[in-house]
Design a protein. Structure first.
Length: 620
């Protein structure tokens, strides 16, 4: 009968678990360490803490200090209550409350004024909590809701904020301070009252010392912390999109990438932001992500710019070349001429508005020349590129009512950084798309395109990285994407509102960050360009001095800057026009020249051994 009545009262008056369930959200890294914490409504840092999250010696401290007979009573300790009542009668005031951990858990769930009525309700609730949830459940409630000063609740939040570590890593002295804080959280805050906090911590240690006959832990406890540590807020844009629990983020790598971002943002002009991303090449899992300057509203910090749709500039060119290799249109050694050409009403120009003349396809990709890329896309058909992008997880976004056309080759389409990282992962993974593993490009063609991108970073950096930069019209978007055999890295820099950045380029802004991130990645075997035998299309032997541009008896249709280019021979090379030397970088095999006007010119190149090569050129 009594049991049935208790059961009925429990169902009619269940405990209010709202505070226990209204938790801050903790997102963890792939190894289980805390990555980011998002507060509960009201700005309270309340994190679930289970008994198994806390070292046994800290639980022993808690029980010794707060409820020695916790293991044997049903939620209420009659002896403690009798002692508290006797003290109250003798002193005329409350000396000790006689509260068990179960009664404290009831009070933490439903805070009430401290009076006799509230105490009676706590007694009833304590019995109810023990009946419903058992000893472990009561401990979890206490560990999760125990106040830790300010807007901190629970030992996990206290451990992170006061010691910068998970509760499982607490030592006895640190655990004792958190137990003491729960008694008087504001009066014992170590950042405001360090001496009071130290004395209270030592009292908790002494309470247990009576059990273990040792107070050595007090001597080892040291000083209390005097400042609060910000709770982890790594990868805030990524964490905000995740449910509670482990993610694919590498915590140490995320810290390193965020450090690169912070340093770069200090140098970038006002209103210019960035987005960075590191992905696992094989699994496509995100290992690090920076969505923008999340603390800066002037840089649209609330937006995840890895999801912003932007123009990719020249970063689609490697896919175009891979498709061309697959179709057999060209090989890396195919020789072409980079000269002015129109495709209907479309007349693309190179970034420097100069033309390189005769050169190999491999060099055209490495130099990111526009004319060859557009010519290849003209052969393939823009729809082939659009279909490959979609299959790779980067669906092309075009203005309503338009069809894919040749400007796709130079960035006339909308994509996101996340999609471009996935596209480069596809190229680096043998042309295989994510998920079901659909083949987007034949493996050899994809590997060949990637191998042509393996060149040293201009400003120095790790070797063996395949990389490509891109710049959209007006410098609105600057890109750098790269990969080795384990990771793909993407960098975007621009203004979130899409306004121009005059003189900005991917090589100047984004590429240095790409190199810095690769320097911080775990070491991995680097990609190496395969050694390919010379074919008939390769031209003359590579060790003989020759002019690649201009070709013999070439005629340029109009005056303008011309890049004279040579191959072979021993550097330094000297370029001459009608016998007059041009100022040349000794390390380079090319030099810019602006013809003074129409006419005939003799172009000559000399190498360090005295070999010479020359051609005649006409400018209309």
């Amino acid at each position: 009968m009594l049991l049935g009545s208790a059961w009925g009262l429990d169902r009619v008056f269940p405990p209010d678990m709202a505070r226990f369930e209204n938790l801050a959200r903790e997102v963890t890294a792939r190894d289980g360490r805390t990555l980011s914490v998002l507060p509960a409504p009201g700005g309270v840092w309340r994190l679930r803490t289970r008994p198994e999250d806390v070292p046994p010696n800290v639980l022993a401290l808690l029980i010794a200090a707060e409820d020695r007979r916790f293991a044997t009573h049903p939620g209420v300790d009659p002896m403690a209550l009798l002692r508290a009542a006797a003290q109250w009668i003798r002193a005329g005031r409350v000396i000790s409350g006689g509260s068990t951990l179960s009664m404290q858990a009831a009070r933490l769930l439903e805070p009430r004024p401290r009076n006799l009525r509230s105490k009676l309700i706590e007694i009833a609730r304590a019995l109810q909590l023990e009946w419903r949830y058992g000893k472990r459940g009561v401990l979890e409630i206490w560990l999760t809701l125990a106040p830790q000063g300010g807007n901190l609740e629970g030992l996990r939040a206290g451990a992170l904020a006061w010691f910068g570590r998970a509760p499982s890593a607490l030592d006895a002295g640190q655990g004792a301070l958190l137990v003491a804080l729960a008694r008087r959280p504001e009066a014992l805050r170590p950042d405001r009252h360090p001496e009071a906090a130290r004395l209270a911590r030592d009292a908790v240690l002494l309470a247990r010392a009576r059990d273990v006959a040792s107070a050595a832990e007090i001597a080892l406890a040291g000083d209390v912390p005097t400042s609060r540590i910000p709770l982890p807020r790594l990868a805030p844009h990524f964490a905000r999109q995740q449910s509670e629990g482990p993610t694919t983020i590498d915590l140490d790598l995320q810290r390193a990438v965020e450090a690169v971002a912070r340093e770069a943002l200090q140098r970038l002009p006002e209103r210019v932001s960035l987005a960075l991303m590191v992905s696992d090449l094989r699994t496509r899992e995100t290992r690090a992500l920076v969505g923008g300057d999340w603390m800066n509203p002037s840089r649209a910090g609330a937006l995840d710019l890895t999801r912003a749709v932007r123009s990719p500039g020249s970063t689609l060119k490697p896919l175009i070349y891979a498709l061309a290799f697959e179709a057999g249109i060209v090989t890396p050694d195919t020789v072409l001429e980079d000269l002015p050409r129109r495709f209907g009403d479309y007349a693309p120009e190179n970034y420097d508005r100069a033309f390189q003349g005769r050169l190999r396809i491999a060099d055209a990709l490495r130099q990111s020349l526009n004319q060859p890329a557009v010519a290849l896309l003209n052969e393939l058909g823009p729809l082939r590129l659009a279909s490959a992008m979609k299959a790779a997880g980067a669906p092309p976004r075009l203005p309503p009512g338009t069809e894919p056309s040749l400007p796709l080759a130079l960035g006339g389409v909308g994509v996101t950084l996340r999609e471009m990282v996935g596209l480069y992962a596809m190229l680096g993974d043998g042309g295989r798309a994510a998920g079901a593993g659909q083949s987007v490009v034949e493996p050899r063609a994809a590997a060949l395109a990637v191998s042509l991108l393996v060149t040293p970073f201009p400003g120095g950096g790790p070797a063996g990285i395949a990389w490509k930069t891109g710049t959209s019209w007006g410098g609105r978007d600057t890109w750098a994407l790269g990969l080795d055999q384990r990771h793909v890295v993407g960098v975007w820099i621009g203004r979130p509102d899409g306004t121009p950045m005059p003189q900005a380029t991917g090589a100047r802004l984004a590429l240095p960050l790409l190199a810095q991130i690769f320097e911080r990645l775990p070491s991995a075997p680097r990609q190496a360009a395969p050694q390919r035998p010379l074919t008939a299309a390769s031209g003359p032997p590579t060790d003989s001095l020759r002019l690649l541009f201009p070709p013999p008896r070439a005629t340029l249709p109009e005056a303008g800057r011309v890049v004279l280019r040579a191959a072979g021979g021993q550097r330094p090379l000297t370029f001459l026009v009608d016998g007059a030397p041009l100022v040349t970088d000794p390390a380079r095999r090319e030099v810019g020249w602006v013809p003074p006007g129409p006419g005939f010119y003799r172009i000559t190149v000399l190498d360090a051994d005295g070999a010479a090569a020359g051609v005649d050129l006409r400018v209309r």
